[in-house]
Design a binder for this molecule. Sequence first.
Ligand code: 5GP
Length: 190
Amino acid sequence: MKLLNERILKDGKVRPGNILKVDSFLNHQIDPVLMKELAQEFKRRFDGEGITKIITIEASGIAVSVLAGLEFGVPMVFAKKTSSKNLDGELYYAEVKSFTRGTVVDIQMSKKFITKDDKILIIDDFLANGQALLGLINIVKQAGATLAGCGIVIEKAFQDGGKIVRDLGVRVESLAIVESMSDDGLVLKD
Ligand code: 5GP
């Protein structure tokens, strides 16, 4: 997506450990106008799929997922990374190894918010090794819901996640694809 590619080239910073820092528009400060454009693009790509719910993982997936929820006219549910007194009733759990922290967390989602009748679109900010998506896909399976696919803002194609998830037969649509990254900068797919 041209607009997103331009923004990444303008504001993205390559950090050690294959991290792309985009905290001025996606991961810390959020650009709502850009988020709306991204959400509209997800809607174009998954239009007609009969999506009933969008799910993501806290925290960075939430902003764009809410706006996607507005475009599709459906609720958005985010998996929580920590337990809280606010999480009551029965929960789905899935193990996720965090790419940025290196720790393993049990993500949690209340069973009452996804059912077997749902057609789910998973959205996340980044796709690296695929752990976050695999955790969310696991929850969709536990619920017996149907997975329409995954919408990713930035996929790092030089890491394995895209292949792992697509090899499962899951449709993955990424709005920007980073082909390579180094201290000298990054190369984006057109
Ligand atoms: P994966 O689970 O695919 O290995 O990593 C995806 C998750 O790790 C995303 O939810 C995102 O929060 C984080 N992540 C992975 N790579 C990057 C990156 O290059 N930059 C940032 N800011 N977050 C990343």
